[in-house]
Structure formats: structure tokens, C-alpha cells
Design a protein around this ligand. Structure first.
Ligand code: CP
Ligand code: NVA
Length: 306
């Protein structure tokens, strides 16, 4: 693994290894025995053109815990924000830092950065993908339910945003069923479903159908970053709120996940968010452990070991 650009490019074996190592790192952090510093003497750059709480904090803490230094660069701080091309930014930074973590709009920008910089590049969210979040979510599911295998995972909300797209590729690689419930205009296109080519994913406009007997009910904001002014899009989601009525249709021992930030009264009620806060904030904490696993893997990319 030279980069982490999307879930799509990860094999099943690699996903399992990343989650296993994340669990080990979490345990070692909890008992205070972690000594391996794979990022010693390295400096990593974080280039963000969108806001972030969890991703920024977890990467900054994680890099330091793995022995590295980190510099946070909002796009307004660097010439990228004034129109310098990503490929030039990449060629400069690739000569100075040891790895980069990028949050931006276009997936192509992250792909270009990886190609031109020639240093390990991590996608910290684009309009198409949020692979770091999915790895943390899978770790949380395994901790709570023992396994994701043969589980039914429902995703209720925008069926074609970065989170739902990333979940679709995870379902293709791993052995669980993903039921997406969204208004018809917010479901994946036929072309996308053809490319996905997986019988593990089903699409629904009826949220009850998707949530029926589900082990995990997952949601995300109705309007992703950059879409905040799309009131006509938001108006389609009235029936797609995760609330206590909807959860009556889920499996009795279900959990609720939300990648956060949450907009209470929109995609999830205050009551549901607070009832499942324990697992939702465990999910948020797992960003740290999952990302330390990704960073360790990239630091040891020329060997089979972490
Ligand atoms: N879930 C997530 O990526 O959160 P932030 O936008 O706060 O990083
Ligand atoms: N779909 C959301 C995820 C936030 C972590 C967004 O892109 O804003």
C-alpha cells in the first residue's frame, strides 16, 4: 500500500489487516505499552480545503504518537488557495515532507497529489470518498457486534455522498449486506451501480425496507460540505430521519452510527443521538486508532510488516 485514496482500491485482506492493527494500537494505547515510533524523524503535511474536527485532531494526535511531526495547512494559508495547481503544490511538498493528508472537494486532486508528489498520500475526505471514516466504523462494528460478516448495515440519508459511496465499496469487498435508503434523486446512478458490480448492495426509497432487521443503522448529514445552499435537495429528506419510530423496524440488538457532525432534528433526532452516544463517540475515537494503523502501514510500505 503506497497511498490510501479510497476503499475501492483496498483488498479484503488489507482491510482486515488495517483493522486488526488498529485494534492492537488501541489496546497498546489503553494499557500504555506502545513504543514503536514508525514516523520518527518524519514530517507530515495536512492540506485541508474543508472544515474538520475529528479528522484533523485524530491525525495530528496520531502522527505525534507515532513519533512524527505534523504541519496543518489550510488552503487559505498556502498558494493553492490562490490558484497554484495541485500538481505544482505536490511536487514541492513531495521534496520536503514524508507524507500528506488531504481533505478537499475533487477526488482527482487527491489522485493528482499522490501521482505528482511521490510520497504517501491519504484521502481525508473528498466529495467521492471518506476511506478513513469507514475503517473506524468497521472497527466500531467489530467491537460492538463481534463481526461485520453476514450483518445487515442500513445507510439512511444521501445515498450518493462520500460516506454512502465508501460504504458501497466496503460492502463489495467484505461479507455484509448494505441497504441504502434515499430519495430517488439521491441514489447512486445506474452507471455507478454497474461499475460497483456487487450483489451485496441494495437500493431503497423506503427507509423502513432498508432498516428492517438491520444490525447497524448508519446516517450522515443530508447536505455535505459544499452543498449547504441546496435547500431543494434538503427538502427531499423529510422521510429519511433516523428516529425512534424508524428504529422499531431494526434488529433488536442494533447499533446506530453517525460519522458526525450531526444535525439534530434533521438526519437524526436528539433523542436517538443521545441514546446511542456511547457507540457514536466510540466511533469518533476510533478515527485515531484506525488512522494510526494507516500511517503505520504507509510508513512500512516497503515491507510486509506494520
Ligand atoms: N467525521 C468526520 O470526518 O468529521 P470531521 O469533518 O470533523 O473531520
Ligand atoms: N458527507 C459529509 C461527511 C462529513 C464527515 C460531508 O462531506 O460533509
Amino acid at each position: 500500500m503506497n497511498h490510501l485514496l479510497s476503499i475501492e482500491e483496498l483488498s479484503k485482506d488489507l482491510i482486515w489487516k488495517l483493522i486488526d492493527h488498529a485494534a492492537t494500537l488501541k489496546h497498546e494505547r489503553n494499557v500504555g505499552t506502545h513504543e514503536h515510533k514508525p514516523l520518527q524523524d518524519q514530517t507530515w503535511a495536512m492540506i485541508f480545503t474543508k472544515a474538520s474536527t475529528r479528522t484533523r485532531v485524530s491525525f495530528e494526535v496520531g502522527i505525534r504518537e507515532l513519533g512524527g511531526s505534523v504541519m496543518f495547512l489550510s488552503s487559505n494559508d498556502i498558494q493553492l488557495g490562490r490558484g497554484e495547481p495541485i500538481k505544482d503544490t505536490a511536487r514541492v511538498m513531495g521534496r520536503m515532507v514524508h507524507g500528506a493528508i488531504i481533505r478537499t472537494f475533487a477526488q482527482q486532486d487527491v489522485l493528482d497529489f499522490a501521482e505528482y508528489s511521490d510520497i504517501p498520500t491519504i484521502n481525508a475526505l473528498t466529495d467521492d470518498a471518506h476511506p478513513c471514516q469507514i475503517l473506524a466504523d468497521l472497527l466500531t462494528i467489530r467491537e460492538r457486534l463481534g463481526t461485520w460478516e453476514n450483518k445487515k448495515i442500513a445507510f439512511v440519508g444521501d445515498g450518493f455522498n462520500n460516506m454512502s459511496r465508501s460504504w458501497m465499496w466496503a460492502a463489495k469487498q467484505l461479507n455484509f449486506h448494505l441497504a441504502i435508503a434515499a430519495p430517488s434523486e439521491c441514489l447512486p446512478t445506474a452507471q455507478y451501480i454497474d461499475r460497483l458490480d456487487s450483489s451485496n448492495v441494495s437500493l431503497h426509497t423506503d427507509p423502513i425496507e432498508a432498516v428492517k432487521d438491520a444490525d447497524v443503522i448508519n446516517t450522515d448529514v443530508w447536505l455535505s460540505m459544499g452543498q449547504e445552499d441546496q435547500a431543494e435537495k434538503e427538502a427531499q429528506f423529510d422521510n429519511y430521519q433516523v428516529n425512534s419510530e424508524l428504529l422499531k423496524h431494526a434488529h433488536p440488538s442494533h447499533i446506530v452510527l453517525h460519522c458526525l457532525p450531526a444535525y439534530r432534528g434533521k438526519e437524526i433526532t436528539e433523542e436517538v443521538l443521545e441514546a446511542y452516544a456511547d457507540v457514536i463517540f466510540q466511533q469518533a475515537e476510533n478515527r485515531l486508532h484506525a488512522q494510526k494503523s494507516i500511517l503505520s502501514k504507509l510508513a512500512s510500505r516497503h515491507s510486509d510488516k506494520f
